[in-house]
Design a protein around this ligand. Structure first.
Ligand SMILES: Nc1ncnc2c1ncn2[C@@H]1O[C@H](COP(=O)(O)OP(=O)(O)OP(=O)(O)O)[C@@H](O)[C@H]1O
Ligand SMILES: [Mg+2]
Length: 414
């Protein structure tokens, strides 16, 4: 035991205090605090930094007797565990019983022999010490149990998220393959419609019929746009290293390009802000990443169409530690973190796990196909990154994208 145990003596007679100190003189590793004033004794017992391990207490004191002192100690949660030994001249069995009822652990009558005082105090101190050790072990074990329960819960959540991610990936891949084939066949059907309509328009003078054929061409062009979206989703979900060109990209340039394209279309009440502070590059496909940022930006603009607001692009270098990576389902390492934040309408909680599904849209037919985010998701996955979304109705939405970055040393080695 390293810590010195503290013995508090409360007795209104100095001679008794001196005798007790002498009796206890050869107990190892202890410190005595003594007072003649019971109120001072109470103060000392309650002092959290100097709390005694045992109290030797006189019963007959003029202002506050030992029983009252004892009940004060026992009704306070911080001091109730301190063992109290009564030291008194009263020898009748009744007062002894009363003292023990008040919560004292032992009773020594005056005149006492030093050996008896020493033996009783020592055995109570040993008991207290043992109890303290036991309590701290129980606390440690309980904390460890809590921690392992929390770890288990965290692991369960992370596993759930990872399984969901794998499922989503598989679903997207299957849809990607199917839509690519469908888009290809559909394009073959559109081609002759387009050609024959154009030929018919050239050989016809009637303005009414020409206008009708023009409408057919508009419809064909809409269908072509849709097919192009479907195809790019198919490509983003079935991309392999062999069929896509990848270069070192400074994502800042891509964000700048999107801003230039977007700005002229923005209504007055929507502003764009840029906080681009990344230094690293990524290995990727510029066209695809352009599409990612454009799709997210268009969604953000649409969400702010009525209310107006601010669209902010953040770009930062970020190191993902093992622990953070585990919680996010990412490998530990260096990443570029692209954050796209809007102050628009927000996304309803119950729609959050649907927004990445292909063809999921809350927009009217002519405003959205519901393919934007599924394309984004596929492209980010093919760049070995990930995308996360946070949203609050009426406040706005944040998309966080993490893509592995190339360290300076690796860039220089090329
Ligand atoms: N920034 C955002 N704020 C609010 N809702 C959003 C935001 N981004 C996406 N959403 C919601 O997610 C849905 C799916 O988005 P997604 O981009 O996949 O399709 P879309 O925008 O509806 O159509 P498309 O992009 O194909 O034109 C949207 O319809 C919208 O409800
Ligand atoms: Mg969209």
């Amino acid at each position: 035991m390293n810590k010195k145990q503290k013995i508090l003596i409360v007795d209104d007679e100095a001679i008794n205090i001196r005798l007790l100190i002498e009796a206890l003189s050869d107990i190892p590793n202890y410190q005595i605090i003594a007072t003649k004033d019971p109120y001072d004794g109470l103060k000392k017992a309650k002092d959290a930094n100097n709390r005694p391990d045992i109290i030797l207490l006189d019963i007959q004191m003029p202002e506050l007797n030992g029983y009252e002192f004892c009940s004060e100690i026992k009704k306070n949660k911080d001091t109730e565990e301190i063992p109290i030994i009564f030291i008194t001249a009263m020898q009748d069995a009744e007062s002894e019983a009363f003292g023990l009822e008040q919560g004292a652990v032992d009773y020594i009558t005056k005149p006492f022999t030093p050996q008896v005082v020493k033996a009783r105090v020592k055995s109570q101190l040993d008991l207290k010490n043992f109890r303290d050790q036991l309590n701290s072990k129980v606390i440690q074990k309980t904390e460890a149990l809590h921690r392992s329960q929390e770890d288990l819960e965290l692991e369960r959540i992370v596993r759930g998220q990872l399984e969901e991610k794998v499922q989503r990936g598989k679903k997207m891949e299957a849809i990607g393959t199917m839509t690519s084939k469908l888009a290809h066949d559909f394009n073959n059907i559109l081609l002759p419609i387009n050609c024959y309509t154009e030929m018919a328009m050239m050989s016809i003078e009637d303005k009414g019929i020409k206008d009708s054929l023009q409408q057919v061409l508009i419809g064909v062009n809409r269908a072509k746009d849709l097919i192009e979206q479907v195809r790019s989703m198919g490509r983003s979900n079935t991309i392999t290293e062999q069929n896509i060109t990848r270069n070192f990209i400074n994502l800042e340039n891509v964000v700048d390009e999107v801003k230039i394209l977007l700005s002229p279309m923005l209504p007055q009440n929507i502003k764009i802000e840029m906080k681009l502070e990344a230094k690293s590059l990524i290995m990727g496909n510029t066209t695809q990443l352009h599409q990612v940022i454009m799709n997210l930006a268009k969604n953000a603009v649409h969400a702010m169409e009525e209310s107006g607001g601010v669209l902010t692009f953040y770009l930062n270098d970020e190191y993902v530690s093992l622990e953070t990576g585990k919680a996010m389902g990412l490998e530990s390492g260096d990443y570029i973190h692209l954050k796209i934040e809007d102050t628009g309408s927000g996304i309803k909680e119950k729609l959050m796990d649907k927004i990445f599904d292909p063809f999921f849209t809350t927009k009217s037919k002519d405003k959205g196909t519901g393919l934007g985010l599924s394309i984004v998701h596929g492209i980010i996955q093919s760049h070995k990154g990930d995308i996360f979304v946070k949203s609050k109705i009426g406040v706005g939405t944040i998309f966080d994208i993490f893509i592995p970055s190339i360290k300076k040393s690796e860039q220089e080695g090329i």
